[in-house]
Design a protein around this ligand. Structure first.
Ligand SMILES: Cc1ncc(COP(=O)(O)O)c(C=O)c1O
Length: 429
């Protein structure tokens, strides 16, 4: 299929897929196999030398997963993609080829709490570090970059506040300092925002969220724009210099715009083993087929619920960027032209106690640590997803102790409003 000529709704169903050549099966089969029979010894050797592309072993490549990789790469406008076992795995897979002991990444203060913990605590064990910066302060972003910085990282729509990052402005800084920009596009999806068009080098996703869309899969993906020159600065030797594990092969010289993708499979998945299983890839492929329809409804519902909450006297404030009162409203058109997503927080009068009563009183909303489900979800971020952060970090991330985070689903919006209404009455009685 010549992908570039089709619209988003067509690509979300067809990109990367074709009727199964062996059986004609119209839906992408689940290739539930660990290994693939080689034609002969020369074929095996060529595959292991990366001289021929094909299937060796499902830790590295699998036909069902390959369709998903091509589907997401196409929807994001990237050159290639590597799926992995979770969104967090995708973040490590994105950083792994760029970083080395002593190197750092400049990251946004407005991030999912688990990512803050990954960046403050866990990556230290690899000898890496992160510098946290408010990405609205572009001078601070540039000032944070030093000789050891290897990437800049932010979320397009930030979890939990739903704040929108000015990706073009941050990408301009990244270009100026010659570094790749990595954007976590989980909360927006490529339907609402395509970070590569705003200058991002790599896009990461938790497939667990809107892309699968129904709370049934844990998965991740790294999409490469294919546009970064890994050889220009000498800062990315894993991609530009001879690779001892492949007899001196240079990934960038050999694979050009697909260097990062090949490295992700041939080194990242091979040695870190954070592989997505084909069953999960199948569920995600089915989810993506309806992505645009779901995201339209998520956005419509979120706007309606946020507007209703904003005028309610029991609510102090609502952070939805799709509200005119939001300081990020002016970025919606530029960064997420189809809408501001369905993730935001609101502050209930009465603080933490009222938040907890509200959550316990809801009937349709589910109290879970997830987002991007067809179902509406709610959580008190400061005591759960952002619990490991101190209060300053929580407030900087948008997880203030007096707010609850909602991920608005695709139910009937009037039912969601009625549910919030009865729960707010109990919470603030
Ligand atoms: C914005 C964002 N990025 C990444 C992740 C991590 O994804 P996963 O849970 O699939 O590892 C999450 C999880 O909530 C998230 O909200």
């Amino acid at each position: 299929m010549s992908d570039q000529t089709y619209g988003f709704d067509t690509l979300q169903i067809h990109a990367g897929a074709a009727p199964d050549p062996a059986t004609g099966a119209r839906n992408t089969p689940i290739y539930q196999t660990t290994a693939y029979v080689f034609r002969d010894a020369d074929h095996a050797a060529a595959l292991f030398n990366l001289q021929e592309v094909g299937f060796i072993y499902s830790r590295l490549t699998n036909p069902t997963v390959a369709v998903l990789q091509e589907r997401v790469a196409t929807l994001e406008g990237g050159a290639g993609a590597v799926c992995c076992s979770s969104g967090h795995a995708a973040q490590i897979m994105a950083l792994f080829p760029l970083m080395a002991p002593g190197k750092n990444v400049v990251v946004s203060t407005r991030l999912y709490g688990g990512t803050v913990t990954q960046m403050t605590q866990t990556i230290k064990r690899f000898g890496w570090s992160a510098k946290f910066v408010d990405m609205d302060d572009l001078a601070a972003v540039e000032a944070a970059v030093d000789d050891d910085t290897r990437a800049i990282f932010c979320e397009s729509i930030a979890n939990p506040g739903g704040y929108i990052t000015d990706l073009r402005a941050v990408a301009d800084v990244a270009d100026k300092v010659g570094l790749p920009l990595i954007v976590d596009n989980t909360s927006a999806t490529p339907y609402l925002c395509r970070p590569i068009e705003h200058g991002a080098t790599l896009v990461v996703h938790s497939l667990t969220k809107y892309l699968t869309g129904n709370g049934s899969v844990t998965g991740g993906v790294v999409v490469d724009s294919g546009t970064f020159d890994w050889s220009a600065s000498g800062k990315f030797p894993s991609l530009s210099e001879p690779e001892p594990a492949y007899h001196g092969l240079k990934f960038h010289e050999t694979f050009g715009p697909l260097a990062f993708t090949f490295h992700g499979i041939a080194i990242g998945l091979r040695d870190l083993g954070m592989t997505l299983n084909p069953q999960a890839a199948h569920y995600t492929l089915m989810g993506i087929e309806t992505l645009s329809l779901r995201m339209e409804k998520h956005v419509q519902n979120a706007r309606k619920v946020a507007q209703w909450l904003e005028q309610d006297p029991r609510v102090d404030y609502v952070t939805y960027a799709g509200l005119e009162s939001s300081k990020y409203f002016h970025r919606v058109e530029k960064v997420c032209p189809r809408g501001a997503g369905s993730l935001f927080t609101f502050a209930v009068k009465g603080g933490y106690e009222s938040c907890i009563k509200l959550i316990d009183s809801l009937e349709i909303f589910s109290h879970v640590a997830n987002l991007g489900d067809t179902r509406s979800l709610i959580i008190h971020s400061a005591s759960t997803t952002h619990r490991q952060l101190d209060e300053n970090q929580q407030r900087a991330a948008g997880a203030d102790p007096e707010v609850v985070r909602v991920s608005i689903g695709i139910e009937d919006p009037d039912d969601l409003i009625a549910d919030l209404d009865q729960a707010l009455a109990k919470a603030t009685a």
